[in-house]
Design a protein around this ligand. Structure first.
Ligand SMILES: C[S@@+](CC[C@H](N)C(=O)[O-])C[C@H]1O[C@@H](n2cnc3c(N)ncnc32)[C@H](O)[C@@H]1O
Length: 321
């Protein structure tokens, strides 16, 4: 059995018998005014972090969500879109689609603004999305892509890129890991499916996105997620896994490479009123400007009167490019 089939089996079980232990969220569940999230959806929250941000959801976007789980984030997206078929949910596990369908019926009873028809559930594979080219404004996945081995991850990301409209956004939450893992861990299909042994370093994750063509990357959050300790897992040292929230925007690729925002800020502290790098960046004296890593490096070279902060991994827009 391939690791992809083992993953299907695990989530088939998790659909038939909800498993609170699989819940790996690393932030509180967003409760918006007038939104009631059914208990069963919370118990079937098999994601980490969140992919739902109001900032991405202006102008009635078409939303695609891949790997639906119990449907909680699709309900949260529907809260903003509130239109028939406004959210397309794709999952390769029929039992998971059926479970989420039932959960949406419960959500209808608890939320008078919600109609199950707001969500269009479709059986399909992240590696071959049943979605037309350039038809989606916001595509999301939470805790699915980390399970994929590198070639499949590239394929899944290229599928998201294909279906997004120009300037569309791919929003994701996934575990990452900066430490090496043993082959035994990497090749354990069950641990991989449980989102414990597939994660890769952040820079490799970003590279898959920029290689696919995404011109802008935003790291919006980074938190501790799990540890794999030698007394529980086949590892000689303690492995720390984090989770990230990340957006990849289908902007044209800049000639000098992608803009990757990791939460750096530039502050000019010279005697002039402002500093102008003549490349589109004007820093008012002692005013913070959120900058991508590329601009941060260029500004650091351009003047010794500019303070560049460390990455906070908490970028929420408004930056230099
Ligand atoms: C870790 S769960 C995450 C569920 C949901 N995103 C959440 O945050 O609760 C992974 C989801 O992806 C689905 N899945 C697994 N392999 C898939 C594939 N190849 N294509 C699409 N969905 C898949 C599973 O059925 C499950 O719903």
């Amino acid at each position: 059995m391939s690791y992809l089939e083992a993953t299907q089996d695990l989530y088939k079980e998790a659909a038939l018998t909800p498993d609170v232990g699989l819940c790996c969220t690393t932030n509180p569940i967003w409760q918006f005014p007038g939104l009631s999230i059914p208990k069963i959806m919370q118990e079937m929250n098999y994601g980490c972090g969140s992919t739902v941000s109001a900032q991405d959801l202006v102008n009635n976007p078409n939303i695609l969500y891949v790997g639906v789980g119990g449907g909680m984030e699709l309900l949260q997206f529907s809260y903003f879109s509130r239109q028939k078929g406004g959210v397309i949910g794709v999952d390769s596990v029929g039992e998971m689609l059926e479970a989420s369908r039932k959960n949406f019926k419960i959500a209808e009873e608890e939320n008078d603004w919600f109609n199950s028809e707001y969500v269009n559930l479709v059986k399909g594979d992240a590696l071959n999305l049943p979605v037309e080219d350039e038809s989606i404004d916001v595509a999301a996945q939470n805790c699915l892509f980390n399970i994929f081995k590198i070639e499949d991850l590239k394929k899944a990301v290229s599928e998201m890129y294909r279906v997004l409209k120009p300037y569309g956004r791919l929003v994701m939450s996934d575990p990452i890991c900066e430490q090496p893992m043993s082959e035994e861990l990497r090749n354990d299909d069950r641990l991989r499916a449980l989102c414990l042994s597939g994660s890769i370093p952040l820079k490799d994750y970003i590279k898959v996105l920029t290689d696919a063509g995404f011109g802008t990357i935003e790291i919006r959050g980074k938190r501790s997620y799990r540890v794999l300790s030698p007394n529980h897992y086949p590892t000689d040292e303690l492995i720390h896994i984090e989770s990230i929230e990340i957006a990849a925007i289908k902007d044209p690729m800049p000639e000098d490479g992608p803009c990757v925002f990791t939460g750096k800020t530039a502050i000019y502290f010279g005697n002039e009123e402002y500093f102008d790098d003549k490349k589109g960046h004007v820093l008012q004296q002692n005013q913070p400007l959120a900058v991508c890593d590329k601009t941060a490096a260029a500004l650091a070279n351009a003047s010794d009167e500019i303070y560049i902060s460390e990455s906070t991994y908490h970028y929420n827009g408004g930056g230099c490019c």
